[in-house]
Ligand binder design. Sequence first.
Ligand code: PEP
Length: 256
Amino acid sequence: MARKPLIAGNWKMNLNHLEAINLVQKLAFSLTDRDYDAVDVAVLPPFTDLRSVQTLVDGDRLRIVYGAQDVSRHDSGAYTGEISGAMLAKLGCAFTLVGHSERRQYHAEDEALCNAKVKAAYRHSLTPILCVGEGLPIRQEGRHVEHTLAQLAGALEGVPAEQARSIVVAYEPVWAIGTGEVATPADAQEVCGAIRTRLADLYGGDVAGEVRVLYGGSVKSDNIAGIMAQPDIDGALVGGASLDQGEFVKICRFGE
Ligand code: PEP
């Protein structure tokens, strides 16, 4: 089965709920059925925007989908400041990021926590977009594939094949995030191909063939085409450029 590409915009901690409505309205105005037939388009706004995005998407029957940037490992209870998978599901989220490098870096998220978050997402029918990728020193030592595959295996520990077949894996080399330093298509393919091979080792070729593997790191309209031409890359996780409606739409069209 051919994998439908996914372009997901990670807004990070940008845009209040009014600005979110404005951007989603502009995207809805620009994106056509032809675009949605070719790619799945998702936005990942801050938690405080989700209810507004839900109202807009439901009210206008938009084909854009949305998700969260993080999910609690817990389902409810005394966890001040956390947001559960159940809450996100109730808001109509399709996706949640897990293990974005900014959460790994600033919130000390490790493999065990990412694994618990992947499982929490599945408990509430959310599709995890699991972020993996190496920092610059690890790449300079030539250990980027090994490091990324260890993150992948750690986050998938105990996750059954029926769930794993729907996961989205985003390979995001940390040195390319928000730096303007994009990995070459060949560099991105090297690791995305290794991710698919490891998924095949863990779950078999059928599952590996279904999983969407994205590239993320300074994706723009002028570099997306080369990335999308790679056999094991099924889309992009886009940070900064997803805040610009015109640029994001061009990325959804692979630069055209
Ligand atoms: C990201 O936040 O996941 C990301 C890839 O950011 P940027 O596109 O800005 O590098």
